[in-house]
Design a protein around this ligand. Structure first.
Ligand SMILES: [Zn+2]
Length: 79
């Protein structure tokens, strides 16, 4: 039988393989939809003092941008 998860934002029950399940340390964050996950992310970011995670967020944004740039370069080469 498939494992079931409960969305921690809206309480909806969903089976394994659907939704978004993130293991964070000893916590399991389960969301039935992208919408619930983004709501949680927003609340989380509002609650964490920016000074504490700004460095990580900034680095992650930069890494993503770099990845996008290299993907764009690959695409440009193909055309
Ligand atoms: Zn939900």
């Amino acid at each position: 039988m498939k494992k079931k998860y409960k969305c921690i934002v809206c309480g909806r029950i969903f089976p394994e393989g659907q939704g978004i399940v993130i293991k964070y340390g000893d916590l399991v964050l389960s969301f039935h939809s992208n919408r619930c996950a983004s709501k949680f992310l927003r609340q989380l970011l509002e609650r964490i003092p920016p000074d504490e995670i700004k460095g990580y967020v900034k680095r992650l944004v930069e890494e993503n941008l770099e990845q996008l740039e290299s993907l764009a370069k690959i695409k440009a080469k193909k055309i």
